[in-house]
Design a protein around this ligand. Sequence first.
Ligand code: ADP
Ligand code: ZN
Length: 729
Amino acid sequence: MIKEAKATLKETFGYDTFRPLQEDIISQVLKRKDALVIMPTGGGKSLCYQIPALIFDGLTVVVSPLISLMKDQVEQLREFDINAVHLNSSLSPEAYGYNRRQVLNGKAKLLYIAPETLLMDKTRELLENIKVDLFAVDEAHCISEWGHDFRPDYRELARVRKEIFPDATCMALTATATPRVREDIKKTLEFGESEEFIASFDRPNLFLKIADKEDATNQVLDFLYTRKNQSGIIYCISRRQVDELYQALDDEGYSVKPYHAGLSDRDRAINQRQFIRDDVQIIVATIAFGMGINKPNVRFVMHYDMPQNIEQYYQQIGRAGRDGLRSDCVMLFSYNDRHKIKYFINKKEGQEKEVAEKHLDDLVKFIETKKCRRIPLMKYFGEKYTKDECGMCDNCLSKEEDVEDFTLQAQKLLKCISELGESFGKTQVINVLRGSKAQKVLELEHDKLSSHGSGKEWSKNQWEQLSRMLIRQDYLSKGEHAELVIEEKGHSVLKGDENVYGTLDRTATAMSTEEASRVASEVEAKYDEDLFEILRKERKQMADEKGIPPYTIFPDTTLMEMAYYYPKDKEHLLPLYGVGEVKLKKYGSAFIGVIKKYTAEHDIESKEETLQEKAEELENVELHHQIGKAFNAGQSIEHLAEEHGVKEVTILNHLKDYLKEGNDIRLDGITDATSLSLRQQDEIIKIFDEKGSHMLKVVYDRMKKKIGYDQIRIMQLYYMANEAAEKKE
Ligand code: ADP
Ligand code: ZN
């Protein structure tokens, strides 16, 4: 069955390999076992039910709370020639009737349905007479009162399942990871021998950067300068801020629209639609925007104002880069914004207040960290980040040589704060340092302090940057009324016991050359940008003719690969990302036409050979997977060697590769293959224990050269498989 799933992945969806856990989840569902799927936004949840839906004979019902998302999913599936329909309150009576009939006469494979529609009597009548094989509950956190988006209708889903389609396998999917919500989902849906599948929350293609907020609108413009054709979202804290920034960007000639709860439903829907269809590049929005957007080519998410907590931040940046391409996430941070949020939190009471405070603190810790940002981030999601550096965040790429010694200036600043009795904010402190004769300085007789005028060599701006840096590094903190307070570390600096190092200016929002160079693949680094633009326009035109979003034709990744390999004919498109049989037939010729014209005009050679290699590599991948699975299903090594017409040692190598990718292999099948006595086996294992499993020659010598390498290799595989199994326990 999983073989069929794999074939569907490539033939229909055009993807070469499953993402982490997709394969496990799909095989669980194909065995008709329930599953709870926790994956981050963009992790690839939809395929987990879409592929089983295509393999099962009966209908798959998908509950989804968001009508716009339903529509979008249906459009995407139809592009793959998959019969999917939706039922919800937004449909005209004609469309509703048509979709109903598609379900009734068994033509539809997938039915997307809103929870309130599912609960209606007429829906029950419809579904009672139909074989439903799979019931998928999307955004399953809506079941839980502990989730951030509780929907009472979701509570009824367990009953509906029991009453209308008791035999259907049930799958619940969400990006909310908290244990409480998870337990709630499992309890409500009465998952029996279900299993939980929790994917890693790391999204390695997102570049994380945080800049000090100083002149925010210009910082946004700096960031956008080189991104004329990219889609992105900019989050602001308030409607007013959205309107202001939208206006500023519009004045600068950017393709931009606002989105917030103050706009009419109609305007919001229009702006969202234009964004999804690439008619508009940038959306400036409040938190209201984003649910139900699964546009895969969002290239950046910017936080003009800081978010309220890590959960929110991660959900919002998660909207970038679903297609797996590098995408940039930049947050502007200021201690003032933190104070604003704190102000709102202070209006809350009791436990709610405590929780909000804790969440804000966690976020600020994440912002202030000097370590790789993924370390605190993953920790927040209960996951250990196993590397020291991700290479995809500002901290990982900050350069040693940018760090300077600021001990002298820090001492001046701290001394001034101390002389002011730690009861003034940064403006007064800096005025005193710079020897100002401002009224507030004279009136309070701060011009008599020894610090007065001691820091004339620096601009106001520089002192501000330094104070921010000292706060970041815990030398200073801001009190309740924004007064600067010296922390323990700061006192050590004053005493001359500690030096201060750091980088003053952290206001840059544009990526440095080094930062920008980090991409995951050669294709991303070297594709032909001109051809990519031409292909994008072609795609947009095709999409407009059909009235669908461009990415439903091909994702950006596909166009990028086209603009790298320059394939010469239709068949050569198949190894590319996102190209399956159906899309090849529909769009292959048109795109090949464009590529041919371009390569002829510019006298460019196709990279057919590399493409060929890619295809072969894939087949190899296939082979060791095939062999691994067949072996686990009970085939012997001897039999497999015969079947594939290769030596047994080749099969052993394939099994080794299979094992190395984290798959289990059947231990008894390995011992069956050896002709050694138990005593000999134990002896060899002891040698591996001592010397390591790669020391074949040592084993050969120690066993007095009486045992052939074939047998030793079998034991080596056994040893490795055993080791892997133990590690998993
Ligand atoms: P989620 O619902 O978890 O936020 P989606 O199901 O929308 O994520 O998937 C995100 C993107 O990743 C989609 O564009 C999808 O087509 C793509 N995708 C999913 N699985 C794979 C895969 N195995 N290989 C390549 N792309 C994939
Ligand atoms: Zn990092």
